[in-house]
Design a protein around this ligand. Structure first.
Ligand code: PLP
Length: 381
């Protein structure tokens, strides 16, 4: 028998795979995993069909030029930030690849990388695989999951190589405002610290807010890998298409990594996205589309025993069930999937040191009928 030591002995199947599998086995409404229950637009599908003719070989390693140009143009019109399409934009196979390549191109064994819990489950193992040391700072529900920038400053050491941030935030739906950018910049100013900024929900912010990208602050931008995902923006999570925006000196190192991970991404999809991105309505309409879904889902809990936590962005709604039961969130998520036939994600799994919170995360990127059925079942508790 061949045996070998696991390189990730503490890593199990992700909670998203586990809960989606359980939802399917139990015939439950899947409000667990973060993907839409509806299709992408016909126009985008038509573009893919069109570009499937004659564009079926490897694309250039950093992406089809037209797509890099479209991404740079979108960044200019949306953020007012101009990027060089050829030296600052790289097309990748999903934001996960962008995060992986960003960390692996700069983190050496023994380097510390700071992240904020609850944190997306890929961050910690990606840092460990690079030999880095993840340093977790816990955010609190009672404080709206706001980052305490002084606390961040206290965690910085001579070994700090990078800081990973995520706004709009999965799983909590919190977002930054411009003052966060200033406060963050004050912490990193004068240091060699790099930033990996996961902005996959950049086009999903609510109530008139605008997304505070690290691109908007020169002190942050000059040291940041910004990771984006077409999957979240165009309802195509299964395509695994994304991008990384970074200054030329970081992009050069990023691409050295990217070429050994995927080398390039699906060529017809890149051509289709290049064209689809040219119409700003295709992403500008997203916030109001999801705000209606957030409001529909939340409306069921107004007069219930659930406490609605604010969701300012992303497509997640966190609900506090402490008035309903004392059970642990991991047990309750399992039980509701089996008994109530509604699947969710327990927020404690996103922490290195889980708090005692009683909070479940629900994804509202679902058909209205599914949100109504789930809302009715949950609100009746
Ligand atoms: C915060 C966050 N980052 C990254 C990803 C991964 O994005 P992609 O599917 O483009 O790899 C997700 C997907 O759920 C996410 O929620």
């Amino acid at each position: 028998m061949i045996t070998f030591p696991s390189k990730q002995p503490f890593v199990a199947t992700t909670i998203f795979t586990k809960m989606s599998q359980m939802a399917s086995d139990e015939g439950a409404l899947n409000l667990a995993q973060g993907f839409p229950s509806f299709d992408c637009s016909d126009a985008l599908q038509d573009l893919v069909k069109f570009y499937s003719k004659g564009h079926n070989q490897y694309s250039p390693m950093a992406g089809v030029p037209g797509l890099k140009i479209s991404i740079a143009a979108k960044t200019e019109s949306f953020y007012g930030v101009s990027l060089d399409a050829h030296t600052e934009v790289t097309v990748v196979s999903g934001a996960t690849e962008a995060i992986f390549a960003s960390i692996h191109c700069c983190v050496f064994p023994g380097d510390e990388v700071i992240m904020f819990d609850p944190s997306y489950d890929a961050y910690d193992p990606i840092v460990r695989l690079a030999g880095g040391i993840p340093i977790h700072i816990s955010l609190k529900a009672s404080n709206g999951y706001k980052i305490d920038w002084d606390e961040l400053a206290r965690h910085i050491t001579p070994k700090t190589k990078a800081i990973m941030v995520n706004s709009p935030h999965n799983p909590t739906g919190s977002i930054w405002d411009p003052s966060d950018l200033d406060a963050f910049a004050n912490v990193v100013k004068g240091t060699q610290i790099l930033i990996v900024s996961d902005e996959v929900y950049e086009h999903i912010v609510f109530d008139g807010a605008s997304h505070a990208s690290v691109l908007l602050h020169p002190e942050l931008r000059k040291r940041s890998f910004v990771c984006g995902s077409f999957g979240k923006t165009f309802h195509v999570t299964g395509w695994k298409m994304g991008y990384c925006l970074a200054p030329p000196f970081l992009t050069a190192e990023f691409r050295k990594l990217h070429q050994w991970v995927t080398f390039s991404s699906a060529t017809p999809l890149q051509y289709a996205l290049a064209e689809y991105l040219k119409d700003p309505n295709n992403y500008l309409s997203l916030s109001s589309f999801y705000q209606k879904k957030r409001d529909l889902f939340a409306s069921f809990f107004v007069n219930s025993r659930w406490k609605i936590l604010p969701s300012h962005g992303s497509f997640f709604q966190c609900l506090d069930y402490s008035a309903i039961t004392d059970e642990k969130d991991v047990d309750l998520a399992d039980r509701y999937t089996k008994e109530l036939k509604v699947a969710s994600i327990p927020v404690s799994v996103f922490y290195e040191t889980p708090p005692e919170d009683k909070i479940l995360r629900f994804c509202f990127a679902k058909d209205d009928a599914m949100l109504e059925e789930a809302g009715r079942k949950l609100a009746a508790l």
